[in-house]
Design a protein around this ligand. Structure first.
Ligand code: ADP
Length: 491
């Protein structure tokens, strides 16, 4: 028996393959597909009519998709109504709507300005247009699923209007939280101009009453952080971005669902960039990838020297500085390291300095290159992930799928996806607690010690490769939550 059809309006500022700047774009691509695929499950199939709405950014227009104009309407603004157009196309069974209008610059520009205040106008316009589109299509969703600050104005607008608007009154709302610190600072004035005033008499701290993400967090029926641990961490001063007291008042409506990984894209058996494809059953082949990696990076071809890697944005969040210091602390041990990343100039320079200080051991590859990253995941032994905070994280999931054992800080999604070595029956990696070089160096010493025992190491590798990071699992959790929200809202 099929569960009743459920309609979900899914909003995001970006989505693969149209435009992707980060993890949100991967989620906006993969989750709607996975939700629709639940209809084909043999056990408990669910019909979910999920429709994705994204901005028709100029960079998307340049890519040559051929969407059809399906609706033209207006969005109210203090200076007069602004025309909006919605285009439609079908992407592998997922209906996608692209919203266009004057707030989007005609020339290609980065989809995110360096300062959220410069983006407030276009994303508020987008949020309101996406909500209005549902009415224009006469398609009444059960759930509005918005993501991050850019589409939080849709949550707030829905909350403001649904008491007096029959069409909106039946819609429950869910806010996906991918990165709390991006509050949309400075975008409040643009919201006000679109008729969305500050929430003056709310429980928000005074400084947050006119910011899109806090307003979304205030008025969403439910909040989903991208991992269960991150959902807890945001309630504490260390991770709460100053909103922790307010978020505690909403704790009963906050949960966490891990993102999945695109298992077709990230598949060591088929990855065309990987020189020698391998699987769980042919792990010994993996050694050849290590040798070619050592050759590619002009490191000594030592099969038994542990090869450590870090593939990351070079950013304070990712704890790159901690890793560089920790590597110096364990420099007396035999290992090699490849750092692949781009980002803050001071961290790029620090990585280059470490290469200069430890010439035979360290290679700093200051570039963003997916093909290179694939070869590294497929050949390296350990992946260093000392993030200060990590809402979910993909790097650790990719590493594990490719048999590259994570050595990671026990935070956010890292903690939810990696089992520490002390749980030896279930271990898939090595975790450490404090965000310090010493703590990472300690975990590295443990990992290097275990590495010396190939049998024990092989067991960890194999277990890591067997973890289920499928989107199917996440989609099922979202689907159940949608159903619950729908029932609560309509009760
Ligand atoms: P975040 O989205 O916060 O940067 P994630 O761990 O969720 O961190 O995702 C990072 C993704 O970007 C991973 O797929 C990782 O392989 C990739 N990546 C990061 N830096 C590079 C790089 N320099 N070259 C290629 N891929 C990279």
């Amino acid at each position: 028996m099929h569960s009743p059809a459920l309609k979900v309006l899914f909003l995001a500022a970006e989505a693969h393959p149209f435009v992707t700047a980060g993890g949100l774009g991967e989620v906006a691509y993969a989750l709607p597909r996975a939700l629709r695929a639940l209809a084909n499950e043999t056990e408990e199939p669910m019909d979910i009519d999920v429709r994705l709405v994204i901005p028709y950014h100029a960079v998307v227009k340049e890519k040559g998709f051929k969407p059809q104009l399906v609706s033209s309407f207006q969005v109210a603004h203090v200076e007069g109504p602004i025309p909006a157009q919605a285009y439609h196309l079908d992407l592998d069974g997922v209906p996608v709507y692209l919203i266009d209008g004057p707030p989007f610059p005609a020339e290609s520009a980065p989809i995110y300005a360096p300062d959220a205040s410069l983006d407030g106008h276009k994303f508020t316009f987008f949020s309101l247009a996406a909500l209005e589109l549902a009415r224009q299509l006469d398609w009444q969703p059960d759930v509005l699923h918005a993501n991050d600050w850019h589409t939080s104005p849709a949550i707030y607008a829905l909350w403001m209007q649904r008491r007096k608007d029959g069409f909106l009154s039946k819609i429950a709302s869910l806010l996906g939280l991918h990165n709390l610190p991006y509050l949309g600072v400075g975008a409040g004035a643009a919201m006000n101009a679109f008729g969305l005033p500050p929430a003056d008499d709310s429980e928000l701290p005074w400084w947050a009453k006119n910011m899109p993400l806090p307003l979304g967090l205030l008025t969403a029926d439910h909040i989903v952080a991208v991992s269960p641990t991150y959902a807890q961490e945001i309630l504490t001063p260390e991770f709460g971005s100053g909103l922790e007291d307010f978020l505690n008042t909403r704790a009963a409506s906050i949960s966490g669902i891990l993102n999945g990984l695109d298992l077709d894209d990230w598949n060591p058996e088929k990855d065309p960039e990987v020189k020698t494809n391998f699987s769980l059953g042919s792990l010994e082949k993996r050694k050849r990838n290590k040798t070619s990696l050592q050759a590619e990076f002009e490191l000594e071809k030592e099969p038994r020297t542990p090869l450590l890697v870090m593939i990351t944005r070079l950013d304070h969040q990712k704890g790159v500085d901690l890793a560089l210091d920790a590597l110096l602390q364990v420099a007396d041990k035999p290992w090699q390291t490849i750092l692949l990343g781009t980002g803050q100039p001071e961290l790029e320079n620090a990585a280059r300095r470490l290469e200069a200080d430890l010439p035979g051991k360290v290679r700093a590859a200051i570039l963003y290159n997916k093909a290179v990253s694939r070869r590294i995941y497929a050949g390296a032994d350990m992946s260093l992930i000392p993030s200060r905070y990590e809402p979910c994280g993909l790097t650790q999931m990719i590493s594990m799928r490719y048999g590259c054992v994570p050595v990671a800080r026990s935070t956010g999604g890292l903690r939810d996806t990696i089992q520490d070595y002390t749980l030896s029956e279930r271990s898939t990696g090595f975790l450490f607690q404090a965000a310090t070089p010493e703590a990472l160096a300690g975990a590295l010493r443990r990992a290097l010690h275990v590495y010396n025992d190939p049998q024990r190491w092989g067991t960890i590798q194999q277990r890591a490769m067997q973890q289920d990071f499928s989107w199917k699992r996440s989609a099922r959790q979202y689907a159940n939550l949608y159903l619950q929200l729908m029932k609560q809202h309509k009760a």
